[in-house]
Design a protein around this ligand. Structure first.
Ligand code: ZN
Length: 92
């Protein structure tokens, strides 16, 4: 491994991450592991690279379903207004 495991800022370089991920669990190079244990930035970067890329976004719901939800909401508003009218009407 000729590449330096640390970059200019003292954090793990891509080569350093490669060494850590290539090592079996518990057998990572001690200097790299020690830095990773104490450096929040490198932990975040390691987690970000370890996570699978976010999958395809969920498809938009069909238009008719959106329209149905809007119609149902409007119906509930109209129902509430009608009930308020009934409640405001004085009893005969
Ligand atoms: Zn670091």
């Amino acid at each position: 491994m000729a590449a330096a495991p640390f970059d200019a800022q003292g954090c793990l370089s891509p080569q350093g991450f490669a060494q850590i991920s290539a090592a079996p669990p518990g057998k990572a190079p001690p200097d790299l592991a020690a830095h990773l244990a104490g450096c929040m930035r490198c932990q975040r970067r390691l987690l970000a690279t370890a996570l699978p890329p976010s999958g395809p976004r969920r498809e938009r719901p069909p238009m008719w379903r959106t329209a149905l939800v809007i119609v149902v909401c409007l119906g509930l508003v109209l129902l509430a207004m009608a009930l308020m009218h009934v409640l405001n009407t004085p009893a005969p």
